[in-house]
Write a protein that binds this ligand. Sequence first.
Ligand code: DGY
Length: 319
Amino acid sequence: MTKPRLIVTRRWPEEVEAALSERFDVVLNTEDVAFTPDQLKSALAECDGLLPTVTDKLGADILTGGHRAKIIGNYGVGFNHIDVEAAKAAGLVVTNTPDVLTDATADIALTLLLNVARRTYEGEQMLRAGEWTGWRPTQLMGVSPQGKTLGIIGMGRIGKAMAKRCFHALDMKVVFYDAFPVADAGVPATQLATVEEVLAASDFVSLHCPGGGANIHLINAERLKLMKPSAILVNSARGDIIDEAALVEALAAGTIAGAGLDVFEREPKVTEALAAMPNVCLLPHLGSATRETRVAMGMRVVENVTAFFEGREPRDRVA
Ligand code: DGY
């Protein structure tokens, strides 16, 4: 029996590529260069399943229908780079990889929160530049998170994991906004009725909602003005949730005190002004980047596509 043909758009950890190759006829991207839109279109025409990542924009212009491919097995939990309605209309099943990256992503959100609060990246840059002249009482004073309020926007798996870390490890109070009632936040936490209330009440705001759709520019100039001038904004979710130009203005004007960002509106481009700001910690979309997590994400894709081609319902089907 011929094996289903899968095209993988980026390099994956080798044990995952090996697991895929055992079960399927796999085309690997050994050069690890992102596909162009034309390459994505051709791939859909030439394979039974496409295995993309966040860098592959699969819009309605690509998902036009009439493809040989029957499934998109996304390597990642977020799938706002895939036009799900167009995929459905084109007869494609879409799966993602939830759960396995929850802790790793919450760890990066916590890392950003602490880095900005404690100005660690500023200290490291100073030290590496040979500019450290020795300990002094007023050098690089940051702010203590203990006893402060963390506001979470989007109390799903990763939001809850962030709340757990901040409540237990940092003695923070937790308030949050979610579009749906959340019966159990995992730690004592108050659900507020609006994003605005969370922004106004919080010393640290961490974003954990999906990107795309109604969440594009959820954090805009008006909402940034509601935050405390001492507040720090953390984004480990999706770049398009924040209006990056408005954020630059808010940081420059002192509307808020700082930001920690792992994701950007136009990745891999980062608004130049951000890189020049001392009160901003910038990471290159590292949320899920641990070896254990990246292997687990890949194995979850293997599980999903295996189920699909064996005629079973993939456990992580989103469309
Ligand atoms: C995810 O899984 O959504 C990560 O951001 C990588 O795409």
